[in-house]
Design a protein around this ligand. Sequence first.
Ligand code: NIG
Ligand code: FE
Length: 439
Amino acid sequence: MSIDLLIHSAAQLLSLTGDAPKRGAAQGDLAILRDGAVAISGEHIVAVGDTLDLLALADARTRQIDARGKIVLPGFVDAHTHAVFAGDRANEFEMRLQGASYLQIQKQGGGIMSTVRATRAASLDDLIAPSRARLDAMIAHGTTTAEVKTGYGLDTANEIKMLDAIAALDAEHSIDLIPTFLGAHVVPEEFKGRAEEYVSLVIEEMLPAVRRMKDKGGRMKEPSPLFCDVFCDDGAFTLDQTRRILTRAKELGFGLRLHADEFANLGAAALAAELGAASADHLMVTRREEMRAMAQANVVAVLLPGTTFGLGKTNFADGRAFVEENVAVALGSDLNPGTAWCESMPFIIALACRYEKLTPAQAIVAATINAAASLGIAARVGSLEPGKLADIIVANVPDYRHLAYRFGANPVETVIKRGRVIPPKSSSLPLDARSSQAI
Ligand code: NIG
Ligand code: FE
């Protein structure tokens, strides 16, 4: 077998080995090789081991990357994003700085609904272009796979338009995307006072339409799971509405995720356990007994410290408590225009360690293999092992702890996606020029 690419001499190669989420004592298990190397053929990893052993596999055509003094790890998997949207909400950010709360702004007609208006007004191409620029920034910071939610369409045609945008970006961009239907993000303004009618629309029209779209098949690059998410919170959907939507989604074969306990505890984490959801996300106000129920039901906790930070709040999710209660913890950026416009998983790791009480090793596991497990793709990505996709980062730091210790600059030097070295983009280009060209 010919080796196309060999990365060698890494000060630390974080292999993370395994297909299962790591929890409890294993949450921080990086499986580090010193002077490590990884050999790639085509899109896949074919060997991981000592530099001396793997150099013997190289021939004249093998491209080599010398990672001396650097660390090598799996590409980040961002378990929760709203990366596809139109417009921005800088005005609301400023209003929050002046004392308005996220929910107050939403009640006044802003918030999610203002992004819904912009997204509905955008053509498919106008939705794709700014989203592509965000994916460019994400991959530059080491994200090689990301979940992306709908939820800014909130009618059948616009939710499908969002899924079309996600599929188009998945096809053209190096990052692999996993779609999640979030038709129940908020009750849209035209259904004001008629939430139950909107829930019925989601259940009777949108879910089957999305399911049919998936059945027609072939839209995403890889056969990927399809998830349904509901924002269960004050100002969004009640526990009972969430249960009805997710129960129907489950019957239709969707995997389940939930926005749970971001502002108020309505019992969504326990519901995630009851329904066997793949993940419950946010979890800023979750109780210990709910954590235990999640552990029992193998629900992954997707923590989103960028949101708490982005909102200027301090009630971060208690990551250490989830680890203590044997819940597998994953991380996501929650990239969205309202609460967390952040494309950088290294920054999310830095926040998770400081404010959610994860160790650097636990946070790296959360941002790779556990995030992949929460998306049902841990057999494909999330660790460096033969047979997995060659989704790999070389970071210009001498020790994995630096990923969390330092912040604000980008530690990621080289990104390899499916065996291909991603050329860095010049960030000095104007946004339009930069986003007009896919990686
Ligand atoms: O995860 N909570 C709901 N959804 C997003 C916010 C989306 C928005 O404000 O546009 C979140 O924080
Ligand atoms: Fe979110």
